[in-house]
Design a binder for this molecule. Sequence first.
Ligand code: ATP
Ligand code: MG
Length: 326
Amino acid sequence: MSDDRAERIAGFIEALRVTPGSKVRLDRDFDPRHKAGLKKRDAAGLLRTGVDLLAEYQERLAAQNTYGVLLCLQALDAGGKDGTIRHVMSGVNPQGVRVSSFKVPSDEELGHDYLWRYAQRLPARGEIAIFNRSHYEEVLVVRVHPELLARQRLPESARGPGVWKRRYREINDWERHLEDSGFKVVKILLNLSKEEQRVRFLKRIDLPEKNWKFSAADIRERRHWDDYQRAFSKMLSATSTQWAPWYVVPADRKWFARLCTAAILVHTLMDIDPQYPQLPEADRKELLVAKRDLEREAPVGLPADPYTARHSSARDERTPGRRAGK
Ligand code: ATP
Ligand code: MG
């Protein structure tokens, strides 16, 4: 990977990053229609490059088996979380990725502390985990609908004033602990405009094959649009940290949102820069002993090691000059 490409990706996503410690307002500071001067027709090729890079880095992440990545995706309904996950992760080995979707908590989940169910779904070393909705619902939907907080059966002391500030601190501390343990946390808010949500809802109603994606609850939540914008702004200001930054991705154009998400993930993996493990000398010697044994088993008339035979002849064909001693 050339440093040049890494630098360009870092530059591209820098504008989307919420500076840790800054106070932001979603409706004032971020434009859902922004597209960085790109055209849709250029996006397909760029996304393919991003997906290829992701596949390569994910393989190295798994082989090194030391670090893990957690991507949290937040958005309002019709924000494009599902499609983004599908497109961005399309080239990645499914064994190295796990996606968890978080809905209204079950009775069992409500019987535990609020981070419990998210902790169950964290990545292992070598894995990328994607949270489709995440622990941030605990300071979003739960903040917009105070009756949900009441359902959490918290003791009096944990419900009173300061509950949101406390949750921000607890979440920051939790993410810091993950970072210290080798797990990179990266957070994306797909930022949709109210008008684009209206258009997408109408499409889901108009097209019978999209009806299943629409629910009356979506319209009920839309009525709380301004409350959500406020909750998002407070969350971004309080929980974008050096160790787990927020990125606000313009989401009115699906192709641009996918490109940004791929770039953010690639950047995170490049930062880890996972390496294939090198075998210790003693283990390498053992491999060479095994190689000799396998070569001795070759049937008569066949090459002792077909792989080396094939590749060295291919190399020879590519470099005729060298064989001729030029
Ligand atoms: P899609 O609509 O694309 O299937 P979705 O993520 O919107 O995906 P839904 O089943 O429609 O899935 O909605 C899940 C609902 O669960 C959302 O309204 C979300 O706010 C709610 N939810 C998630 N976490 C919590 C939580 N901790 N407490 C209460 N509600 C939650
Ligand atoms: Mg929904």
